[in-house]
Design a protein around this ligand. Structure first.
Ligand code: NAP
Ligand code: ZN
Ligand code: ZN
Length: 351
């Protein structure tokens, strides 16, 4: 198969920094779009993967799954896009499309495993997939999203992972008016969760370990902000939440949040710390609490989320960086020093 060499940034091992690296992209097939990548968000998952914190990273690793760009070429059977259109790609570039999950629009739970945008088997070229820290990507139109007009493009990129990963569980657990909803951790995912929970009409309480984020939490839409190290403040909320979304990237005491749920309340993890989180079972037995997880969202729901964002004027709060600052950005993310998503301006990779 014909390929084109494309500049990218890759990690060559779990301990090496990201550095310039050339990758091959396939020629677009009849159902493919070729997207010139304009912006790519920096997800904490990129850090987990690059540093092999979840095990299973294949090197060289080109991360990036919050992609917004412009269609350069479209295969002759592509119906959704034409050259010049904006397009976006999230965490998946394909799935089996026939299993019950895929048929239900839940491609992220494909029984044969979705093809992830990076670090997955590349069914076209062999080897493994490479993500959005590069200047272009070829993707089947079924896994490309339309970008509604009027949204800031750089601020839209993080919606493709941080946005859908928080939108989907808030919708699934039917968060809305009359409910008290907690969000744990004000990072890339957490700040989107605050915006969506507020937009859905819930009473929103943010839990943060960073006292310096209190004002931002309120500005982003939280009705109340609790510094989770403050035991008295935590105690006031015991047994009072319908739903809590936990978006913390590192080890933390999950029991402190389970005990905040009321009868039949649910705590859903979207954060994916590498180590197991011990659960004190008596925190679940009474009053009949649920402890759950959720993984990104399907393609149709991702489109629904983007359209919702356009109607409600929601984008991510971002700091745009050139790709040459990516290693510094990772270090800052680990120090919780990101307000609230780094987004790479991919023009920096061409110049
Ligand atoms: P992020 O921007 O780094 O935010 C994580 C937040 O966690 C921090 O801002 C911080 O908020 C809080 N935190 C508390 N203790 C921490 C500690 N010791 N170290 C680091 N952070 C700590 O990360 P993100 O991109 O939002 O991703 C969050 C997690 O979700 C990651 O594990 C990522 O892999 C996972 N993820 C899961 C899915 C999914 O489908 N389920 C999708 C995307 C990402 P405060 O300062 O407010 O405490
Ligand atoms: Zn992500
Ligand atoms: Zn499937």
């Amino acid at each position: 198969m014909n390929t084109t060499q494309v500049p990218a940034y890759a990690a060559q091992s779990a301990t090496s920094a990201l550095a310039p690296f050339g990758i091959a992209r396939r020629e677009p097939g009849p159902l493919d779009v070729e997207i010139e990548i304009l912006y790519c968000g920096v997800c904490h998952t990129d850090v987990h993967q690059v540093r092999n914190e979840w095990n299973g990273t294949i090197y060289p690793c080109v991360p990036g799954h919050e992609i917004v760009g412009r269609v350069k070429r479209a295969g002759n059977r592509v119906a959704k896009f034409k050259p010049g259109d904006l397009a976006a790609v999230g965490c998946m570039v394909d799935s089996c499309r026939t299993c019950p999950s895929c048929r239900a629009g839940l491609e992220q739970y494909c029984l044969a495993s979705p093809t992830w945008t990076y670090n997955s088997e590349d069914k076209h070229l062999g080897g493994h997939t490479f993500g959005g820290y590069s200047t272009k990507i070829i993707v089947d139109e079924a896994f490309a999203l339309r970008v509604p007009a009027g949204l800031d493009l750089a601020g839209t990129a993080p919606l493709l992972c941080a946005g859908i990963t928080t939108y989907s569980p808030l919708r699934h657990w039917k968060v809305g008016p009359g409910q008290k909803v907690g969000v744990v951790g004000l990072g890339g995912l957490g700040h989107m969760a605050v915006k969506f929970a507020r937009a859905f009409g819930a009473h929103v309480v943010l839990f943060t370990t960073s006292p310096g984020k209190i004002a931002d939490g309120l500005r982003l839409g939280a009705h109340e902000v609790v510094v989770s190290k403050d035991a008295d403040a935590m105690k006031k909320h015991q047994g009072s939440f319908n739903f809590i979304l936990d978006a913390v990237a590192a080890q933390h005491d999950i029991n402190a949040y389970l005990s905040l749920l009321k009868l039949d309340g649910t705590l859903t993890l979207v954060g994916a710390p590498p180590q197991p989180l011990p659960v004190a079972v008596f925190n679940l037995l009474a009053p009949r609490r649920s402890f759950a997880g959720s993984c990104i969202g399907g393609i149709a729901e991702t489109q629904e989320m983007l359209d919702f964002c356009a109607v409600h004027g929601i984008v991510s709060d971002i700091e745009v960086i050139p790709i040459q600052k990516i290693n510094e950005a990772y270090d800052r993310m680990l120090k919780q020093d990101v307000r609230y998503r780094f987004v790479i301006d991919m023009a920096s990779l061409k110049s």
